[in-house]
Design a protein around this ligand. Structure first.
Ligand code: HEC
Length: 163
């Protein structure tokens, strides 16, 4: 037994006597490793980050285009509810649930009339003949300035996954 206790090569044979101590050391190492990983991730900004804001000229161009083509139906920066028809594009609406490419395509191609809407209600027409995809992207950049930080982060994520 004394021989086994002393000899390093016999460690596996000594069995239980040394197990708890070694297990403890391993657990401590895991805790440290975990802490280091958490620290590194938080230093790199592991949380949600704001998408970069569009250049000011683009937002201004979008504002002009919006006022001329969309505002009469879709309202402006504030007011309205999610139930409004036509829908509002501001933070009260649901536009921020959709990815950029979906919003651009909807605007260029319009939307088929939904059956539950009265025939004389305003319709979302196709803007392909009046606006380019670049124009609609500028309009979206303007609309995005109305959303909350959380809505912008959410919508950027939907865009990354859906476009
Ligand atoms: C004549 C009124 C009218 C005009 C002008 C108009 N829209 Fe719409 N739009 C609608 C209606 C009505 C709907 C809802 C269609 C439905 O749900 O069936 C809609 C829906 C939408 C939607 C999908 C719903 C949402 O909020 O995500 C988008 C995006 C949209 N419009 C963008 C635009 C943009 C951009 C412009 C200007 C270039 C514009 N619309 C101009 C009436 C209009």
């Amino acid at each position: 037994m004394a021989l086994l206790d002393a000899a390093p090569w016999a460690a596996p044979l000594r069995g239980h006597a040394t197990q708890p101590a070694r297990k403890g050391a391993k657990t401590l190492a895991h805790v440290w490793l975990y802490l280091v990983v958490v620290l590194v991730l938080s230093a790199c900004g592991g949380g949600p980050t704001q998408p970069p804001a569009a250049p000011r000229e683009v937002v201004q161009r979008g504002a002009r285009l919006y006022a001329a083509n969309c505002q009469s139906c879709h309202g402006d920066a504030v007011g309205g509810t999610v139930q409004d028809y036509p829908p509002v594009h501001n933070a009260k609406g649901h536009t921020w649930h959709h990815a950029d490419c979906v919003l651009v395509q909807l605007t260029l191609d319009g939307m088929p009339p939904s059956p539950d809407v009265p025939p004389d209600a305003p319709r979302m027409q196709a803007f392909r003949d009046t606006l380019t995809a670049d124009d609609v992207t500028a309009i979206l950049a303007y609309i995005k300035t109305w959303w909350t930080d959380k809505q912008r982060v959410y919508q950027a994520d939907v865009t990354r996954q859906g476009c």
